[in-house]
Design a binder for this molecule. Sequence first.
Ligand code: 5GP
Length: 142
Amino acid sequence: MAETIFSKIIRGEIHCHRVYEDAHVLAFLDIGPLSAGHTLVIPKEPAATLDALSDDSAAALGRALPRLCRAVMKATGATAYNVLQNNGADAHQAVFHVHFHIIPKFPSRPSGSSGLGITWNPGKLDAETAKSLTSAISQSMT
Ligand code: 5GP
């Protein structure tokens, strides 16, 4: 994996506002927050996208994430939040080191500080497509 700004943050070469750290996970405030308390949660393992992450790192992230969500909610007073995780440039990933965004939602605040805005355009799942996708995905599981 190519070196990223997050590798430097993990090594302590670049400052971050660290809110949590353990052997496998680091969490710090996003430098460009969508709302107050916007936090990034990253594995220390270098992996560009979630599918490249080891089971051990994934398990450590899974343990830390809900605890960090609770801490961000408690600290900010938010009653809603989004967890966002982008993989690949086409999916809006800008830093190619796995990271989860915890983004508190404050609907009454002006846009720019209210949290994540989402445009969601759902399609329809037809039976044939569902059957073939279910089969393809389940057979691809390793
Ligand atoms: P992505 O679009 O890759 O999911 O989001 C990358 C995030 O990393 C952005 O929200 C951006 O503000 C944040 N970010 C980029 N560089 C830095 C940095 O040097 N320090 C911190 N704390 N956050 C960063």
